[in-house]
Write a protein that binds this ligand. Sequence first.
Ligand SMILES: C[S@@+](CC[C@H](N)C(=O)[O-])C[C@H]1O[C@@H](n2cnc3c(N)ncnc32)[C@H](O)[C@@H]1O
Length: 352
Amino acid sequence: MAADGDKLQEFMGKMAGDMGAAMSASLVVLGDRLGLYKALADAGPSTSAGLAAKAGVNERNLREWLAAQAASGYVDYDAVSSKFSLNAEQTMVFANEESPAFMAGGFDVISAMFQDEAKVGETFKTGRGMGWHEHCPCLFRGTERFFRPGYNANLVSAWIPALDGVEAKLRQGASVADVGCGHGASTVLMAKAFPNSHFVGFDYHGPSVERARLLAAKEGVADRARFETASAKDFPGAGYGLVTIFDALHDMGDPVGAAQHIKASLAPDGTFMLVEPNACDNLKDNLNPLGRMFYSASTMICTPASMSQEVALALGAQAGEARLTQVAHEAGFTRVRRATETPFNMVLELRP
Ligand SMILES: C[S@@+](CC[C@H](N)C(=O)[O-])C[C@H]1O[C@@H](n2cnc3c(N)ncnc32)[C@H](O)[C@@H]1O
């Protein structure tokens, strides 16, 4: 089949953009790790020499990094003064860890995808999957930093209020389990917002639980947010007013088994809040930039993680509401409702 010259040119143009983005991802990780974005945000418009002195790095290396950043549109460049700067939006995305738009942490996840590529590739042949715990540690920290901004922006102000009667219950005092809590970003945030309630985060990955404990202590909520190593199918406790899973059900081998255990652990009027990546039900409707991101992460991380566990259902990160509702019904939840959503996440309310 002969290639169409115009279409080929267009496709090559797209590939030049994609390859540039892929290559520049390593520079984002480097700049984030060396504190270069934060140094530039603090310093304001700077020459490469001025910023090198402030950041304590070699000027020649930094000048090349800055040129690449300017070509990416990640920093601004003024050709008259030869100064580089971060505008307000670039600062939010790369330098301000507390901003709802902070995205630099996501590049640690990308880094893990490259570092673990050979191991994941091996599982394509064996089909045995690859556990979350088998990944490069930068995945765990990256997930915490990538997801936290979304939780900061939405969890307390929008997601919990969208659930029927849950906010009032938490204000009064309830017991809450956060299952597959990872580093506990969501658990700690809820504990800060609802001082009368008690929270326990469960995750099967011991080092993540350790890190969550440190975080709770640092944020001053260790009295009401504790963490235990446990799997979603056998975590202890009963009578929970709320059980949450943030972006972890699809990573589990047996999501139906996990949801069944959650149902059994709830108080009779309890709620299961399930946060999952926002996706349409059909592949063709997910062929967009967000679907591209989620399917990619799912190929390298989520699907192998599920395949490494018993049942190995492998929902994938783009399961969609219909498939998740089916899982909920199989586990015995009768009432399932999309309570709210953001471009990144859907929030499902499951009641017995
Ligand atoms: C994508 S991370 C999300 C972590 C956390 N909920 C967050 O939002 O930052 C998925 C988490 O699910 C945990 N996980 C996977 N399978 C599990 C299982 N069967 N039981 C408990 N946790 C599990 C992993 O260890 C990991 O911390």
